[in-house]
Design a protein around this ligand. Structure first.
Ligand code: HEM
Length: 396
């Protein structure tokens, strides 16, 4: 089913496989590095968005606001600067089409979903052909019909102003590679190369947007629900960063409580609880006493890793201090191994800078007129929070 989104072939980063996947992954990672991923350039892009977001939130102080999806545009913009050299305006209709449609895609098929249909499709994929409308399959495919023209426009615009000697962003670096590839078997060759680029853009939008932005939403819900933890983070931010400058990645080693807090939110929520589903490429004998046949579905149960009482003692409690008491404790929310998330360093910078940048300006409180937010996730491929309202108070 993961091939249906890309013309019957398993293309791109998330669902790609074999040589094509390793070729695309290696290239995307090296392109990101050459564009300053994990350096001061990425930091600057994030901080620009912190400033924009703070301005936007200032208009909302004192009234209950929904924090779901509040951070999506800011998070996408930091990535889009590096990918396409531009940012979206908060009310850009194309952006909202992309967010809505990629949201459908993320929620459509997941073993972990609360809804009956995605679950059953996982075990009976043939239902999509038997009952395409009823199974939601038609809608799933229609999402791509809406997504692709928007992403293709970015590629077309870049082609018009492309200078092969001076690539500006990820799209230009890809176009350069496509122009220089004459090996017909390469996933960068000609028209197919451009299709690979389109799917990579989709993958980055989905993987880099919903995950980090939902994690931020979760973070502020936990902070409002645990005001004593928020007070400790405020104290640390005031002491290390102060009020006259923005936080910086260089502050991280000095902000052990805030780091612990971010890790505890990552652990509690484990946003990609079941990781991404993969399959064995050959028979594996004696894997911890089991034989896995070829094409057997495998996935990392990251939720279990983060909620095992044997490892964490009291995994059900929100307790950032556990990371201070045990400096060796680490979270595996970005998975591990060959398919480990390539966006970890950007995501960690985003979580740190957005959390500190917003806490520097605001206090997040529960809305006394609404029910306390439910801190159990809605089940889907990316674990979102239920809709919840918070009140922001300016700190100075
Ligand atoms: C808090 C934020 C994030 C979390 C928790 C997260 C988590 C994950 C997880 C669990 C996987 C699956 C790994 C596996 O298959 O075992 C993954 C894959 C991936 N992530 Fe992230 N991610 C985050 C942010 C990002 C960002 C910002 C980007 C963009 C650069 C990104 C790009 C990707 C891609 C492209 C893959 C597929 C990699 C592959 O299969 O080769 N992620 N992520």
């Amino acid at each position: 089913m993961s091939a249906e989104r890309s013309w019957g072939h398993r293309k791109g980063l998330i669902f790609g496989s074999g040589t094509e996947w390793s070729e695309q992954r290696k290239f995307a990672i090296s392109a990101f590095k050459s564009l300053g991923f994990g350096t001061s350039r990425a930091e600057k892009e994030v901080l620009d968005e912190v400033i924009q977001l703070n301005k936007l939130l200032e208009k909302d102080v004192g009234v209950p606001i929904s924090v779901n999806q509040k951070f999506h545009v800011a998070v996408i913009n930091t990535l889009w600067h590096i990918v396409a050299g531009s940012r979206f305006e908060y009310d850009d209709p194309d952006l909202h089409t992309l967010i809505r449609m990629t949201g459908h895609v993320v929620r459509f098929r997941s073993l972990d979903s609360d809804s009956f249909m995605p679950n059953i499709l996982f075990f009976m994929p043939w239902l999509t052909r038997l009952a395409p409308k009823l199974s939601g399959w038609d809608n799933f495919l229609a999402s791509f019909v809406a997504i692709f023209p928007v992403l293709q426009r970015f590629i077309d615009e870049h082609k018009k102003s492309f200078d092969p000697n001076s690539p500006r962003d990820l799209i230009d670096i890809y176009l350069q590679k496509i122009a220089n590839t004459d090996d017909k078997d390469s996933s960068f060759f000609g028209e197919l190369g451009e299709k690979s680029l389109l799917i990579v853009l989709l993958d980055l939008f989905v993987a880099g947007g919903e995950t980090a932005s939902s994690n931020l939403t979760w973070g502020f819900l936990f902070l409002a629900s645990y005001p004593e933890a928020q007070a400790k983070a405020h104290e640390e931010i005031d002491r290390v960063v102060g009020k006259s400058r923005l936080p910086s990645v260089a502050d991280r080693p000095k902000m052990r409580y805030t780091e612990a807090l971010i890790n505890e939110v990552l652990r509690m929520v484990t946003i990609g609880a079941m990781s991404i589903f993969h399959s064995t490429t050959e028979k594996i004998s004696n894997f911890h006493g089991y034989t896995l046949p070829k094409n057997c579905i495998v996935f990392g149960n990251l939720w279990e890793v983060h909620h095992d009482p044997g490892l964490w003692g009291d995994p059900e409690n929100f307790r950032p201090e556990r990371f201070l008491e045990n400096p060796d404790a680490s979270v595996y929310v970005f998975s591990t191994g060959k398919r480990v998330c390539p966006g970890e360093s950007l995501a960690r910078d985003e979580l740190f800078l957005f959390t500190c940048g917003l806490l520097q300006r605001f206090k997040f409180e529960l809305d006394p007129a609404s029910r306390a937010p439910c801190l159990d996730p809605m089940r889907a491929a990316v674990l979102r929070s239920h809709d919840a309202k918070l009140i922001l108070r300016p700190r100075y």
